[in-house]
Design a protein. Structure first.
Length: 122
């Protein structure tokens, strides 16, 4: 049986002709493993470069992402949620065009026992 995998839940950010997208690739929307990925274009979207996996590859179920960056395009940060666990961020720093490196994943918040239906703890 052929099973098509979808790229779902994306976010976009732009600075001039440089465009970024962060997205989930996989089955996260149906409780399956997904990979958080990012892509970059420096020519207004004519060509895209996959800049790699953003998450740590822990086989998690993720929600999000959100992406934003520096006005000069020198860096972008992707933020995402892992249900019942927390919120995370990772920053990519440009060396040239769509070439650069990912920094370490940073934990923004821990939410033990939280659910997506109840994002605030009481």
């Amino acid at each position: 049986m052929y099973r098509r995998r979808a790229q779902v839940t994306s976010d976009f950010w732009a600075s001039g002709s440089t465009l970024w997208t962060a997205y989930l690739s996989g089955e996260s929307h149906v409780n399956g493993e997904a990979k958080m990925r990012a892509s970059c274009s420096v020519d207004g979207g004519q060509n895209w470069t996959d800049v790699g996996q953003v998450d740590v590859g822990d086989g998690g179920l993720y929600f999000g992402p959100a992406i934003a960056g520096a006005a000069d395009g020198s860096s972008v940060t992707v933020v995402w949620l892992k249900p019942n666990v927390g919120a995370y961020a990772r920053t990519w720093t440009q060396s040239s065009g769509c070439s650069g490196t990912w920094g370490a994943v940073k934990t923004l918040a821990n939410y033990p026992g939280a659910t997506t239906a109840s994002p605030t703890r009481t």
